[in-house]
Design a protein around this ligand. Structure first.
Ligand code: SF4
Ligand code: SF4
Length: 167
């Protein structure tokens, strides 16, 4: 529904990726028979980029995110097989959440679309629209070199936040 409404595009990790906020959104639906002007699907290169980038699959601690091209069959009853897409193993993901007694979201953290708005990041997003595999490959490598794929303990986040609050 979100894709049909022009809000974003499907990704390897299974979440909607939006132009402005990447995967950092919460979707909400309103069902109505009110006559409204409709939007249409507006892809901007996410699917093609995900074919090159497998960072979320590599960094997923439970290995719930698939590698390789999209398929038409899900992993288990929690997927709705049929459409061509990447099927996240939600049962495996949720079992992992249960084992660590909190949620994870590592996939969102490492996703290259999870970047603040800035001129350099806007330029990358602009280039992704052309769907050039070689450019996508270079962007993924740059992302890694710049340290965006690395993880750090939660204490780093809280220390940063406390520093921000004190200033
Ligand atoms: S939330 Fe964590 S465990 Fe679940 S798919 Fe994302 S990275 Fe994997
Ligand atoms: S981390 Fe890479 S492969 Fe995974 S959803 Fe984001 S862009 Fe796609």
């Amino acid at each position: 529904m979100a894709m049909a409404a022009g809000l974003g595009e499907q990704s390897r990790m299974g979440l909607l990726v939006t132009k402005k906020f990447g995967p950092r959104i919460r979707l909400c639906k309103v069902l109505t028979d009110m006559p409204v002007k409709t939007d249409k699907y507006q892809p901007f290169g996410v699917s093609e980029f995900c074919r090159t980038c497998e960072v979320c699959a590599e960094k997923c601690p439970s290995q719930s995110i698939p590698y390789g091209p999209p398929t038409e069959s899900g992993k288990n009853i929690s997927n709705q097989s049929g459409p061509l897409k990447w099927y996240n193993d939600h049962e495996r993901c949720f079992n992992y959440w249960a084992s660590i007694r909190t949620d994870c979201s590592q996939c969102i953290r490492v996703c290259p679309f999870n970047k603040p708005l800035s001129k350099i990041h806007d330029l990358s997003r602009f280039m992704i629209r052309f769907k050039w595999p070689l450019v996508n490959k270079v962007l993924v490598q740059l992302d890694s070199i710049l340290g965006y794929h690395s993880t750090y303990p939660a204490s780093v986040f809280w220390n940063e936040l406390n520093r921000y609050r004190k200033n």
